[in-house]
Design a protein around this ligand. Structure first.
Ligand SMILES: NC(=O)c1ccc[n+]([C@@H]2O[C@H](COP(=O)([O-])OP(=O)(O)OC[C@H]3O[C@@H](n4cnc5c(N)ncnc54)[C@H](OP(=O)(O)O)[C@@H]3O)[C@@H](O)[C@H]2O)c1
Length: 355
């Protein structure tokens, strides 16, 4: 399909951190035009009031309510929906938009960044999130994967796997597919404070979070079963994941260390070469000889991996920006593909290096 010059684009999740990053990326994208930024709490308020850093791109634009979004998807023959509402909210909102599009005969493309369409099975969702799924009949319209891992998208819409999951899956999927490891992973990963979203709570307050490091939900984080489900769907291999997430004293970025037992002893350089070959031609994944550093990817859509071995032990280090590659940028990367554009369109700015 040849892409229209500028596709009307809706951003859901209003004044949240991921929505802000989506709005920033849409503003710099040559083939997307913001048609609606949907806010639950701030319809009618200026986008620039919620995101002062976006004032140059949106000096006068205001948030709209969900009714206005329904009108856009019903009226535009082709539109794009980048959804960053909370899990539990997204399913019902997207169901409403897609229902309006079905009735009008229009074709919005949706990338949902929440957890609502990551599991194919509504029972698995209910087990992990503790409530019934808001739109189970829509699940079959979504595929959950990273764009690097799926050559052909089998559904009209996409569920982004999420930020911790991006950092992990970039290592897990090739390691499983290439048969390099036994399927048991031990992951320790550190995220910046934007991973917790915009609403302040005691544990994310600056005096507590600044200059500190601590684990949370060790071996019990809800993203572990999502990662395993995606990895199994993509590789056909059932794996085990022992995941210990940490809160780090920085705003953006995820550093994950993924450890596993090698299927046979392999020199580190050989693992790195295998990873590099797996991601050959992928513009956003780089495999380094040295351990990667957060500052080389933060605020960009790039991911960096490295690997080392000792006997039968393997450690892969993986770094991404949680809001860009782990959410908004990864979603735009998918959307580019869904619109028939070069997947890198609007996403190639390198990290600033010093943030
Ligand atoms: N932060 C990350 O690093 C990250 C990475 C990957 C995925 N995600 C996922 O992306 C989504 C957004 O994350 P975020 O970090 O941007 O969260 P956030 O900062 O808390 O923003 C979520 C926004 O959703 C909007 N919203 C709409 N309906 C709502 C309702 N009924 N209740 C509460 N808020 C409502 C709110 O803005 P309005 O009131 O203006 O509508 C809110 O600010 C979540 O599903 C999250 O799991 C986040």
């Amino acid at each position: 399909m040849s892409a229209p010059r500028r596709v009307p684009t809706l951003v859901l999740g209003g004044s949240g951190y991921v929505a802000g990053e989506l709005l920033r990326l849409v503003a710099g994208h040559p083939h997307l035009a913001l048609a609606a930024a949907v806010s639950d709490s701030k319809p009618g308020e200026r986008i620039a009031a919620a995101f002062p850093h976006l004032a140059p791109a949106y000096p006068d634009a205001t948030f709209v309510d969900a009714d206005a979004a329904v009108r856009v998807v019903a009226e535009a023959a082709d539109s794009a929906v980048l959804a960053a509402a909370p899990h539990g909210v997204s399913a019902a909102l997207l169901d409403r938009l897609l229902g309006a599009a079905d009735a009008a005969g229009t074709r919005p493309r949706v990338v949902d960044i929440s957890a609502d369409f990551r599991f194919a099975d509504p029972a698995a969702y209910a087990r992990v999130y503790g409530h019934t799924h808001g739109a189970p009949a829509r699940l079959r319209q979504f595929t959950c994967a990273l764009p690097e891992h799926l050559a052909v998208l089998p559904t009209p819409h996409v569920a982004h796997p999420g930020c911790f999951a991006t950092a992990m899956l970039l290592a897990l999927v090739p390691l499983l597919k290439l048969g390099l490891v036994e399927p048991v992973f031990y992951v320790s990963a550190v995220t910046g404070s934007t991973g917790s979203g915009r609403s302040p709570v005691d544990g994310t307050h600056h005096p507590r979070r600044h200059s500190d490091l601590h684990a949370y939900n060790p071996l019990g984080h809800r993203h572990a079963p999502e990662v395993l489900a995606v990895a199994e769907a993509l590789t056909g291999r059932r794996a085990e994941l022992q995941f210990v997430p940490h809160s780090g004293p920085f705003a953006r970025g995820i550093h994950a260390t993924i450890q596993a037992r090698l299927a046979r002893p392999v020199p580190a350089a050989e693992v790195r070469e295998a990873l590099a070959a797996f991601y050959a031609g992928q513009p956003f994944v780089r495999v380094l000889a040295e351990p990667p550093r957060l500052k080389d990817v933060v605020t960009s859509n790039y991911a960096q991996l490295s690997a080392t071995t000792s006997g039968s032990s393997l450690a892969v280090m993986s770094v991404i920006d949680n809001l860009t590659k782990g959410a908004a940028g990864g979603a735009v990367q998918w959307l580019n593909r869904m619109l028939g554009l070069d997947p890198a369109t609007g996403l190639t700015a390198p990290a600033p290096g010093w943030t």
